[in-house]
Design a protein around this ligand. Structure first.
Ligand SMILES: *Cc1c(COP(=O)(O)O)cnc(C)c1O
Length: 246
């Protein structure tokens, strides 16, 4: 079995390869290591190999791991929340995370703004858009982006920096590209009017190539770094959201 360090090197090689194919600079594509369901030791192993950005999807699980890792003295990790957000979890998220990539409604933005501790910098926000239009997936519609964006821009403790999307889980590459390209177009138009907009979070283990070709500035990789996810307690799997599939 390969180590996390080897897996990270392999993923970085792939990013370089796809960046070259798309005539993009590799420095413009960040790697988010998605550590949901993975224990603290695995995160520390990735940290030791140089990884500093981590993504988590379940607020309670993440809170425990982040507090433990911070108490061990690791303070230069950037924590990204990428899962569906329930109202009763916004306080944990506002207190523990640096970036939220899965904001998809104003109600949640209001709570995050109110609950962001005053001693912390504004919470960086990406709006998640349901680019595959699958009913079970998180994310707002394309029509809703502007209204959510203007609320976030008006909130003192939030800072809008970009957009996030999850493509359909399909082997049809052209379908994935079409979904990514539509969000890229919206990203480019927002970016031209707002200097804070810099992040387009697209791509997972199965669709990195398409994402990088469509201008992704951050790919979110779990399986290719940490191996397949195991869910020991099946009751913790959200019944309706398949964001973690793949
Ligand atoms: C779990 C998850 C990922 C990582 O998926 P892999 O296929 O394991 O790379 C990426 N993005 C989101 C939103 C996720 O929930």
């Amino acid at each position: 079995m390969s180590t996390i360090q080897e897996n990270l090197l392999n993923v970085q090689d792939l990013i370089l390869k796809f960046a070259n194919q798309s005539h993009r600079k590799v420095e413009d594509i960040k790697l988010l290591a998605v550590s949901k369901t993975k224990p603290v030791e695995k995160i520390i192993e990735a940290y030791a190999a140089g990884q500093r950005r981590f993504g988590e999807s379940y607020a309670k699980e993440a809170e425990l791991k982040i507090k433990e890792i911070r108490s061990m003295g690791y303070k230069d990790i950037t924590w990204h929340f990428i899962g569906p957000i329930q109202s009763n979890k916004t306080k944990i998220i506002a207190e523990c995370f640096d970036i939220v990539e899965s904001l998809d409604r104003i109600k949640i933005a209001k709570r995050l703004n109110e609950q962001r501790p005053a001693n912390l910098p504004p919470l960086d926000i990406l709006i998640q858009v349901n680019i595959s239009s699958e009913p079970q997936k998180s994310g707002c519609t394309f029509d809703e982006i502007d209204e959510i964006a203007s609320y976030v821009r008006s909130a003192a403790n939030l800072r809008l920096i970009g957009l996030m999307g999850v493509a359909e889980n399909t082997t049809e590459s052209s379908e994935i590209t079409a979904q990514f390209a539509r969000l890229q177009q919206k990203f480019e138009s927002m970016k031209s009017n707002d200097e804070n907009i810099s992040e387009l979070s697209l791509g997972m283990t199965g669709d990195m190539a398409e994402a990088i070709a469509c201008g992704s500035t951050e790919i979110r990789i779990g399986t290719a770094i940490f191996g397949a996810r195991e869910y020991p307690d099946k009751t913790k799997i959200p019944a309706v959201d398949t964001t973690y599939a793949g």
